[in-house]
Design a protein around this ligand. Structure first.
Ligand code: GDP
Length: 454
């Protein structure tokens, strides 16, 4: 298939060691030759794949910089097309000039994710592998990186393929049955048919139930810090985020609105929101802050409720407990370094707690363990295949709905050919999941969120 040749800056913009423009498509060599002149008499078009040439890069007659051109020959490149990568010294203006020279020489500016989209369309990677590239780039912790790497290596693809093959086999059995209903020689019995469907459903449901936990690891845990004024919320926020952004004073009510911060705590990313102390007040500004804090509580993945255990619990503290007891809450029993007079009250409640000193940092590791237990992140099998985005999740949900319906229909005595329609829907969802059968709209949507140059 004839494709136009695309180009983009494929390194981050800024000052650094090197910056690279990637050119991919049928005319990659001819275009690169117009801007890049090798020092030796090498001809880019005749160079072997995975070899490099040193030379100079020009915009017309104007010399821009020394450069290295790296050659990839179709199909052995990221996109599966002829590709040249021209690297120069790392500088924003310089690399933009190189890109301009390349587009003047005939390349079209690539759209976001277009290189990876071509890799997918040329069969270099499945759709879930392509999607994992984005997660590789944006991974902020080891666990997220591990999930992305495994998917990039095809772990999820393999699992989807195994389930797809099973469904395809069942569909083939149904068509044999429909074509020759009088010949009751199905390769598998109706019981085995049902068992197979149930096994597929278990596999799909595991993907669904792990998704929420995986999302917390990949995207971060939306965490709200609540507590009475002076409990130590800002000190805790500063401890976790290792900064001094929240204002810490001993005057109650200092944090009046929501202060946000991202913190890497253990191997988790906490998207922290430090809120106004929740308590009865006539101060209108404070009341707005308290309102915001309560709203945050409703949507948070995790609530860290901070209490000053050096003093007995107040009525406000008790009222707060009532508000949060049914949410995913960890009681943070703070000021553990002081003589305690209020800790026992909280410890007797049926809510997970951790004793810490936000001031000295004592108990921080335990806090991470407790968060992991509370959100069941410790139960996540590090080797399990995982869905990594909403598209994948929604598509698997569709497959779950169809397979569940097919099982109930079979159990309810519906004939195999009627059940076949439901199984076809499940199969269509799985084929879409890994891009085996996909509309251009879905493909465009997947790659729209990629950065330019990837
Ligand atoms: P907030 O109103 O809940 O945000 O409370 P702050 O973080 O501003 O803390 C109120 C006061 O308690 C400050 O003087 C802090 O230094 C102090 N404080 C916070 N955490 C601790 C702790 O663990 N131990 C001790 N001794 N003091 C603390």
């Amino acid at each position: 298939m004839q494709t136009d040749t695309i180009a983009a800056i494929s390194t981050p913009l800024g000052e650094g060691g090197v910056s690279t423009v990637r050119i991919s498509g049928d005319n990659a060599f001819q275009i690169a030759k117009k801007v890049f002149k090798p020092q030796s008499n090498k001809d880019l078009e005749k160079m072997k794949g995975y070899t490099a040439a040193f030379g100079k890069v020009y915009d017309g007659d104007e010399l821009l910089d020394d450069a290295v051109a790296l050659v990839f020959r179709n199909p052995k490149s990221y996109t599966g097309e002829d590709t040249v990568e021209i690297s120069v010294h790392g500088g924003t203006h310089l690399i933009r000039r190189v890109l301009r020279a390349v587009t003047s020489a005939g390349a079209r500016l690539a759209e976001g994710g277009e290189f990876t989209k071509r890799a997918f369309l040329n069969g270099k990677m499945s759709l879930t592998e392509a999607e994992s590239v984005m997660n590789l780039i944006s991974a902020k912790n080891d666990r997220a990186l591990n999930i992305a790497t495994k998917n990039k290596e095809g772990a999820l693809s393999k699992k989807i393929k195994a389930m797809t093959d099973k469904l395809l086999f069942l569909v083939s059995q149904i068509s044999v049955f429909s074509d020759f209903p009088e010949d009751e020689t199905l390769c598998i019995s109706e019981d085995d048919f049902l068992t197979s469907l149930k096994e597929i459903l278990i596999g799909l449901n595991t993907l669904i139930s792990d998704y929420d936990k995986g999302k917390l690891i990949i995207e971060g845990i939306n965490t709200v810090i609540v507590g009475s004024p002076n409990a130590g919320k800002s000190t805790l926020m500063n401890l976790l985020s290792k900064t001094k952004r929240s204002i810490v004073t001993s005057i109650a009510g200092t944090t009046r609105d929501v202060v946000e911060q991202t913190a890497k705590v253990g191997d988790y990313i906490l998207l922290l929101a430090d809120t106004a102390g929740i308590h009865q007040t006539d101060d209108e500004v404070e009341q707005i802050g308290i309102e915001q804090a309560l709203n945050r509580l409703d949507t948070a993945d995790l609530c860290l409720a901070v209490f000053d255990t050096s003093v007995p619990p107040t009525e406000d503290d008790k009222a707060l407990i009532n508000r949060i007891k049914n949410k995913p809450t960890l009681l943070v029993l703070n000021k553990n370094d002081l003589l305690s007079s209020g800790g026992e009250y909280y410890e007797a409640l049926d809510i997970p707690f951790v004793k810490i000193s936000a001031l000295t940092g004592e108990g921080e590791e335990k806090l991470v363990d407790e968060i992991s237990k509370l959100l069941k992140l410790n139960e996540l099998d590090p080797n399990a295949e995982m869905l990594i985005n909403e598209r994948q999740y929604q598509t698997v949900q569709r497959a779950v709905a169809s397979v569940t319906e097919a099982i109930s229909a079979l159990e309810g005595g519906i004939t195999l050919d009627a059940v076949g329609i439901l199984i076809d829907d499940g199969l269509a969802a799985l084929l879409e999941l890994d891009g085996k059968r996909i509309t251009t709209e879905v493909a465009d949507e997947v790659f729209r969120n990629f950065c330019v140059g990837k």
